[in-house]
Write a protein that binds this ligand. Structure first.
Ligand SMILES: [Mn+2]
Length: 325
């Protein structure tokens, strides 16, 4: 396993055979958009393409892969396997055993600074999104004479970048991020429509989920921390499902004065909690890492298993308070 140079990565992408694209569990707009961009690129070259993820693609992101003629996965023989936006083998979820160790992908492309590479890798921690990183890779290919930035590729990359920057709001959004988005827009894509589909097009169940979270959130540390916990019983009573809660942490984070926000969503297994953490500056990746999770400085996640809700909340609070927010 070793680092790849940009030229080496481009060559790997240009010579990939019927690629299998791996993305992380609990898929978000960045990994789905990046996989879609790569899929459009490979399909344009006549390759068969499969995308594999431990979890189903949530309905709110399904439009990103809707137009793709993907091939159902039936084994990796003779195919190139690559991972995108997957920081560590654990992030493969139930695919971890199949695609780590001896089964590791041929190469991986990622933008998590504190990841654990598990294959030949091209990792740029400064990139706000895997989609921003792919943009620079495709631009590099263009300078060498190929033209990977078709409209569908550009749309998918824009959606990726928008997703991991919270619609260009988070502080991971750098001049390079905006310049990537500007270039993509200059190709003729409709950024407004892409953002509308990502942020302003919610189901009744998603709005019900947001309403539940808004009316059940609590604060600690004089309002510097806000949180909410949603059990399976809450989901059943409220008429929404786990996947409808994907944006719930944004509601909690939006309370004025909050420096760290988190939500606990109960997994199908009772008393197992998926924790999403967001901050305005504080390093919540270290909080997630304490519980075996990971992510970025201001957006991270982890899972706490076999613990009642009160215990889970106080464990997470204790770790956050150790950051002295
Ligand atoms: Mn990402």
């Amino acid at each position: 396993m070793r680092k790849l140079t940009l030229d080496e990565l481009c060559l790997r992408l240009q010579t990939a055979k019927d690629p299998v694209i791996l993305i992380h569990k609990n898929p978000d707009g960045d990994c789905v958009g990046s996989a879609a961009a790569l899929a459009h690129y490979f399909l344009g070259r006549g390759e068969a393409v499969s995308i594999r993820c431990a979890d189903p693609i949530p309905a709110r992101l399904a439009h990103l892969t809707a137009g793709l003629r993907l091939t159902p996965y039936a084994g990796r023989e003779g195919r190139t396997v690559l991972a995108v936006d997957v920081a560590s083998p654990q992030q493969l979820g139930t695919l971890e055993d199949e695609f780590s160790g001896d089964g590791a992908p041929d190469f991986m492309i990622d933008h998590h600074e504190k990841g654990t590479p598990f294959a030949d890798h091209y990792v740029v921690g400064e990139a706000a999104a895997a989609g921003e990183l792919l943009f620079t890779v495709f631009r590099h290919m263009e300078q060498k004479g190929s033209s990977p930035l078709t409209l569908p590729v550009a749309e998918a990359l824009f959606a990726s970048i928008s997703s991991d920057t919270g619609c260009f709001r988070f502080s991971n959004c750098t001049p390079a991020t905006h310049m990537a988005a500007a270039h993509l827009l200059s190709l003729g894509i409709d950024g407004g429509l892409i953002n509308h589909a990502l942020y302003e097009s919610k189901t009744m169940a998603e709005i019900a989920a947001e309403g539940f979270v808004a009316s059940h959130m609590q604060t600690a540390a004089n309002g510097r921390i806000a949180y909410a916990a949603i059990s399976n019983a809450d989901m059943a009573e409220g008429g929404f499902e786990r996947q409808d809660l994907d944006t719930a942490v944004d509601i909690v984070r939006s309370l004025a004065g909050v420096a760290v926000a988190f939500v606990l969503k109960e997994a199908p297994q009772k008393n197992t909690w998926r924790v999403s953490l967001r901050s305005v500056g504080a390093d919540v990746a270290s909080v997630a890492a304490h519980f075996g999770g990971g992510g970025h400085k201001m957006a991270a996640g982890c899972t706490l298993a076999d613990i009642p809700v009160d215990g889970a909340i106080s464990s997470v609070l204790e770790q956050i308070l150790s950051l002295s927010v």
